[in-house]
Design a protein around this ligand. Structure first.
Ligand code: C2E
Ligand code: CA
Ligand code: CA
Ligand code: CA
Length: 274
């Protein structure tokens, strides 16, 4: 039994070591990309459900591995958050997004772009200045920029959040609550915080047509949002049936593989030109 225990211990130790190595590699990959400004930013368009027109796009970051393949943000965003690199990452994504807004604008498309903001980035004292700089440098009006923030990130320091949101609103930036309904928070913050948009999390959309509870949740989020004067965006729309159901429930905007995967700024331009 003792021998067995030791073997198991070795097994875990090896796994742990491999895990640590993978993490270290990923972190050095990320540091390198940040140093060289090599992060890639893709855009997933948002569609007005009633007309199918593109009304905006979300910036989604990608890291390249040594073979030039995309590493998913699901793998490196948590690492960036733990290692403190997330603030610099967020700043670079913001800058790229503004550059791409300028690129699209030069082609005649003033498309609103949303950028994901992590909790640590939202709390950072430089957020507002970084945004102002990125906008000014590319001569982009603040009203074209939208920030996607999770309720969890908003709740870290409710007092500071309220002030920050007011400052951002003064600039003319729209605020969207990302993954609405999945965080641990009370709804009372909705009264206090000035937000403009709710994004219905894809976990609810995915099962809304085969799970009665998910359907009711989606329906409730939409009516809650509307009663507060907010715009609704559904993420993860993959089927026509979901699109129709969301539309019937009054959701204005959809995003998901049914319409488009995240694509490059050049591909987005081609889609807009169609
Ligand atoms: P998110 O903000 O909730 O973004 C939606 C994710 O769902 C994206 O994954 C998108 O590619 C994916 N998606 C879109 N439509 C569909 C669909 O129809 N079906 C399915 N199954 N998935 C769909 P992605 O790009 O891998 O990003 C994952 C998460 O990483 C994002 O979730 C966001 O939390 C984070 N992230 C991405 N870019 C950034 C960034 O620049 N900054 C920060 N702080 N976080 C980011
Ligand atoms: Ca998002
Ligand atoms: Ca989301
Ligand atoms: Ca989500």
């Amino acid at each position: 039994a003792k021998q067995e225990g030791r073997n198991r211990y070795c097994f875990f130790a090896i796994e742990l070591e491999q895990e640590l190595m993978k993490r270290q590699q990923l972190e050095s990959r990320l540091r390198h990309a940040l140093k060289k400004h090599e992060l890639v930013v893709l855009y997933q368009p948002k569609f007005k459900l009633s007309t199918q027109e593109i009304v905006g796009a979300e910036a989604l970051v990608r890291l390249l591995d040594e073979k030039g393949q995309f590493i998913s943000p699901a793998d490196f965003i948590p690492l960036a958050e733990e290692s403190g690199l997330i603030v610099e990452l967020g700043k670079q994504v913001m800058l790229k997004a503004c550059e791409h807004m300028k690129f699209l604008s030069a082609k005649g498309f003033d498309l609103p772009i949303s950028v994901n903001v992590a909790a640590a980035q939202f709390s950072s004292a430089e957020l507002e200045q970084d945004i102002k700089d990125a906008l000014a440098f590319n001569m982009i009006p603040a009203k074209l920029l939208e920030l996607e923030i999770t309720e969890t990130a908003l709740m870290v320091d409710a007092q500071a959040t309220q002030h920050k949101l007011e400052q951002l609103k003064l600039l003319g930036i729209d605020i969207s609550i990302d993954d609405f309904g999945t965080g641990y928070s009370s709804l009372s913050y909705l009264k206090k915080f000035k937000v403009d948009i709710m994004k219905i999390d894809m976990s609810f959309v995915r099962d809304m047509l085969n799970n009665k509870h998910d359907f009711e949740i989606v329906k409730t989020i939409i009516s809650l949002g509307h009663s507060m004067g907010l715009k609704l965006v559904a993420e993860g729309v993959e089927t026509l049936e979901q699109q129709n159901a969301l539309s019937t429930l009054g959701c204005e905007i959809g995003q998901g593989y049914l319409f488009s995967k995240p694509i490059s700024a050049e591909q987005l331009l081609r889609l807009l030109e169609k």
